[in-house]
Ligand binder design. Structure first.
Ligand SMILES: [Zn+2]
Length: 384
């Protein structure tokens, strides 16, 4: 037996009893203990071979604990879920630690350019020019982070990237309608490090063989530049419709604070306008609107008009739709929300940077098309 620390021979020392946690309860067994006489480190080769985690979980239990940790509202709920569904009693902190360790492993793989499962060729949907279109999206979102001493901290942004093949609203007769295919990647990175990581999954689904590349973003600082830099064939970058739509909903609620139905009605009208006429026209309409005098409303209106004008060239929605392009709206909720928001931005949550980074990766993998999560756990991945 070779010592992993100093690479000298480690000698058999004794047999020792141990208990690990598995999906069928605790398992007690006896295994050999080796000791390195040079550096004094001891090792249990069997535990390593069996793939036990640092918290003594078997790989099968680690996998379900991580799944629970990634999908439940909190690690506390994840521990309850595990007990309820698998009869596995793990503490909240064990679930948290196990999830974060697995997420970090996934993050390391992503950083090394790993892709999961077999190389595929997505059947890219055609636009009205008959060109097969591939979409790539880059968004940013904030995650509340915990500083030293328990207070809030200024932390890195979470970036969310997606390569996708959305199903067209009006498919060609020879096209089989199918649900959207998507691969996500998310984590707390510096933007210039994050954007290149999207290239590996893009290559893995055959983006090079699409005729036309279309970019989507939330319009945030630097996103467009990074998209163009890493995906030079991108012809146009569209402001994901979800983002202005959400802002319009916010403004409608300020306009009708007492009446939810009225507010939703108003928001729907504005959204339709934006789709039919584009950002510049909606900005002009809102400028002429007869706004009631109410504290804060005027400022909110001006801010939204400024937003629409600033991004107008990315909001030519009538043209995009007429060309058969996806504008990011509709059935598909924003990647930021499904991948990050629904787990990391719930009420009262604060995260440590490492934990948030790890869980972002797991969420992204879990939300990706079927087979991705499984491939990671089956260790079916390769680095370019
Ligand atoms: Zn040693």
């Amino acid at each position: 037996m070779t010592c992993p620390h100093c690479e000298q021979a480690a000698e058999f020392h004794s047999h020792r009893w141990h208990t690990s946690s598995s999906l069928v309860g605790p398992i007690r067994y006896c295994r050999a203990y080796y000791l390195c006489r040079r550096c004094g480190q001891g090792l249990f080769p069997f535990d390593r071979e069996a793939g036990l985690t640092t918290r003594d979980l078997t790989p099968a239990l680690e996998r379900v604990a991580t799944l629970a940790g990634a999908v439940a509202d909190s690690f506390e709920k994840a521990a309850e879920l595990l007990d309820e569904m698998a009869g596995a009693r793990l503490s909240e902190s064990t679930v948290a630690r196990t999830t974060e360790d697995a997420g970090q492993r996934l993050a390391d793989a992503a950083a090394a350019g790993a892709t999961f499962g077999p190389q595929v060729d997505w059947p890219w949907h055609k636009d009205y020019d008959g060109k097969r279109c591939a979409y790539v999206e880059l968004d940013a979102t904030g995650v509340r982070q915990q500083g030293a001493g328990g207070g809030p901290a200024e932390g890195r942004m979470a970036y969310v990237g997606m390569v996708c093949n959305p199903s067209p609203e009006w498919p060609w007769p020879d096209e089989k309608p199918q649900p959207m295919q998507a691969r996500y990647l998310a984590g707390l990175y510096p933007l210039e490090e994050f954007a290149p990581l999207l290239r590996a999954p893009a290559g893995h689904v055959g983006m090079d063989r699409a005729d036309r590349w279309i970019g989507l973003s939330d319009g945030g600082n630097g996103l467009e530049d990074r998209l163009r830099e890493n995906f030079p064939r991108v012809e146009v970058i569209i402001l994901d419709f979800f983002h202005p739509a959400e802002k319009l909903t916010g403004l409608a609620r300020r306009l009708h604070p007492q009446d939810e139905d009225e507010a939703e009605d108003q928001a729907r009208h504005w959204r339709q306008w934006l789709k039919d006429e584009g950002g510049a026209v909606l900005a002009a309409v809102l400028r002429e609107w007869d706004w009631p005098h109410r504290p804060g409303l005027r400022e909110a209106v001006d801010e939204l008009i400024g937003y629409l004008e600033h991004h107008a060239h990315r909001m030519e929605y009538p043209e995009y739709l007429a060309r058969g392009w996806c504008i990011g709206s509709g059935a598909v909720e924003s990647a930021c929300k499904t991948v990050v928001g629904q787990r990391l931005k719930l009420a009262g949550m604060r995260w440590g940077e490492d934990g948030a980074h790890a869980v972002c990766h797991l969420r992204a993998l879990y939300r990706s098309e079927k087979g991705q999560w499984e491939a990671f756990w089956d260790r079916d991945f390769s680095c370019n």
